[in-house]
Design a protein around this ligand. Structure first.
Ligand code: CTP
Length: 402
């Protein structure tokens, strides 16, 4: 399906640039065509000749080159591509992309581009973790740029950590996924995931044991099926799922605000374990123990119900809203009542009583409650459950495109 698709590959100046040659080789083996731009730094690491030999077409390097512009202007380079891939994506080119700089052929082409963009970051671990780089990457992701890697391991600089360019085959596979439309291509999805933290004071909070595994798996499966997927997540130990636009929040109020900003969408899945309550007041300073004094009493206020807000009738209501119900007894009865109360279309009810291992565990067992009744699904890994749910979503929305 992706055979013959055209990739505009931008090779920036990092030591991993040599691996971009393997990306071209493996991509061509899978039927992809490449046009390549080398940045000035990129051309220090690999030569235009080696790129051209592997790509089967010349490597472009100059913005103000009469011959290059006559042959193939920088605008045509992006217009004729199906996907733009930046590999390796250095801290410098990521910063240029995030800030809209256009001072060479690569950055100008990226600014003139309206095609999907995949970046494969590669740099020293301290650079990668620098807040400036992380903020730039977050900006790009929020604009829909997809990242692949970096991986962890030995770095060329002798240090160890995150920052290694993803393996060439993984980069090619990520590109192929973006290029082949899935059953949800053209639809927009929103997922909430993880716990919320409700601040008591600057160091303490009310939270819960949600790991975010199920919500993140659903977001990944929606993105893999082609949906433009926004994930709004509370604090978790998980990596951002591939192909999603991810917003990190802490409190229920922040989650609700991001959710509302993200609407309208076609599909919404509320998998977050939102704290039902929050302290009425967050203390400005750390609360101190007082010698012989009574422990503090924390007054609580009720948090907004995010799922009920999404499900409420109105012009922005998604076509399909799916919630979860965490129950410890009378699972189907309580979940059925919850579906009606929150006005969502489906509820995935799970038993979270102690001993089931659902919270934080690798698998899940649910009953799917719809207007037609309850359906029992077998125990599945959270990834399998996510895939099955997404297949069901695609089936349900088939032929009902608005
Ligand atoms: N939910 C939400 N916002 C809230 C509370 C819950 O969006 N403030 C969503 C959850 O993401 C989940 C569903 O509502 O999809 C049900 O969550 P659950 O904790 O089972 O239900 P509660 O509404 O909290 O009800 P209770 O705790 O009384 O069972």
């Amino acid at each position: 399906m992706s055979a013959g698709k055209r990739i505009l590959l931008i090779i920036a100046g990092g030591i991993a640039a040599y691996k971009a040659l393997d990306v071209i080789r493996r991509g061509r083996e899978r039927g992809l065509n490449f046009r390549v731009i080398l940045t000035k730094g990129g051309a220090e690491f690999v030569t235009p000749l080696s790129v051209a030999s592997l790509a089967g077409s010349k490597a472009y390097t100059e913005l103000f080159s009469l011959t290059d512009e006559a042959e193939m202007g920088h605008i045509r380079l992006v217009r004729e591509a199906d996907l733009v891939l930046v590999a390796p994506a250095t801290a410098d080119i990521i910063a240029k992309m995030a800030n809209g700089l256009a001072d060479d052929l690569a950055s100008t082409a990226l600014l003139a581009n309206d095609k999907p963009v995949l970046i494969a970051p590669s740099m020293n671990v301290v650079m990668w973790r620098h807040p400036a780089v992380q903020a730039n990457v977050a900006t790009l992701r929020a604009r829909g740029v997809v990242t692949v890697g970096p991986g962890a391991g030995d770095l060329a600089c002798g240090e160890v950590g995150d920052g290694r360019l993803a393996e060439p085959l993984d980069i090619v596979n990520a590109a192929l996924r973006l290029l082949s439309p899935g059953p949800l291509t053209g639809l927009k999805a929103l997922v909430t995931s993880g716990p919320t933290y409700e601040a008591i004071d600057p160091v303490r909070f009310i939270g819960n044991r949600s790991s975010g595994k199920q919500g993140h798996a659903i977001a990944a499966a929606l993105a893999a099926a082609g949906a433009e997927t926004i994930l709004v997540t509370g604090p978790t130990a998980l990596a951002d799922p591939a192909g999603c636009i991810v917003h990190h929040i802490e409190s229920a109020a922040e989650m609700l605000a991001k959710v509302q900003q993200s609407l309208p969408v076609d599909i919404a899945v509320a998998a977050a374990a939102v704290s039902d309550w929050r302290p009425v007041q967050e203390a400005g300073q750390k609360m101190k123990k007082r010698e012989g004094g009574a422990p503090p009493r924390i007054e609580l206020a009720t948090n907004p119900d995010i799922l009920a807000t999404i499900s409420a009738p109105g012009p922005k209501r998604p076509r399909l809203v799916i919630g979860f119900a965490a129950e410890t007894e009378k699972v189907i009865e309580h979940a059925t009542a919850k579906r009606q109360k929150k006005q969502c279309d489906w509820i995935l009810a799970n038993d979270v009583s102690s001993g089931t291992g659902t919270f934080g565990g690798a698998d899940n067992k649910v009953h799917v409650i719809t207007a037609q009744g309850a359906e029992e699904w077998p125990r599945l890994s959270k990834t399998e459950l996510a895939e099955r749910l997404v297949a069901r979503i695609a089936e349900n929305l088939k032929g009902t495109k608005s």
